[in-house]
Design a binder for this molecule. Structure first.
Ligand code: PRP
Ligand code: URA
Length: 205
């Protein structure tokens, strides 16, 4: 269920994103570009239904997405990656899950959850750039399932092997899409080599 999305442009932009020398604007632009390319793979298996479309010349077969789309970024850093998805999936609804990682216990703390009413019949893409211990993403997926979602994909930029294992144990039904599977976590549960603190780098804080 782990999809590593490899593409030359993703590799090049990810290098800019990782670099300690990249300013906020470079980081943001590169993250948006990667989001566009990730979006292509994350949505590849979505079901479509046949429709009919009339061109100026004749009627022909068309296609429509079988179900509504819901994007759910995990606040804060998920917003950065989600913006690129939303530029492609302009028809999607957006829900928000607010979690932050307690610096001492490393456990995710929930502070906000607002999801669209039609989430149960939708295709849901949960979005967070970092899958470190996996606690935040797994708790967010719990919230989505509690709200009735059953068709969920998780999109991230960088994953640690520890986070993938923890997430897959709690949510074996949810595929993970990532641009990179990094080496490991350090003693503070930061991804190595990673990019540092995703929220701070995207928001310039
Ligand atoms: C970061 C990141 C994830 C979480 C990943 O958020 O955006 O949500 O850490 O860590 P985990 O896999 O170990 O749970 P952070 O807690 O720094 O909050 P922020 O986005 O508000 O900065
Ligand atoms: N959160 C981040 O922003 N970066 C990491 O490496 C781990 C968790």
């Amino acid at each position: 269920m782990l999809h590593i999305v490899d593409h030359p442009i993703i590799r090049e932009r990810l290098t800019q994103i990782r670099s300690v020398d990249s300013e906020t604007s470079v980081f943001r632009h590169a993250l948006h570009d990667v989001a566009h390319l990730l979006c292509f793979e994350v949505t590849r298996e979505l079901d479509t239904v046949s429709t009919e479309v009339e061109t100026p010349l004749k009627k022909t077969e068309g296609h429509a997405l079988a179900r509504p789309l819901v994007l759910v970024p995990i606040l804060r850093a998920g917003v950065g990656l989600m913006n690129g998805f939303l530029e492609i999936l302009t028809e999607a609804s957006v829900g928000y899950i607010g979690l932050y990682r307690d610096e001492e216990t490393l456990q995710p703390q929930s502070y906000y959850c607002k999801l669209p009413d039609h989430i149960a019949e939708s295709e849901v893409i949960l979005i967070d750039p970092m899958l470190a211990t996996g606690g935040s993403a797994a708790d967010a997926a719990d919230e989505l399932k509690k709200a009735g979602a059953s068709r969920i994909r998780f999109a991230c930029l960088i994953a640690a092997p520890e986070g993938v294992a923890a997430f897959e144990e709690r949510h074996p039904d949810i595929p993970i899409y990532t641009a990179s599977l990094d080496e490991c976590l350090n003693e503070n549960a930061y991804i190595v080599p990673g990019l540092g603190d995703a929220g701070d780098r995207y928001f310039g804080t």
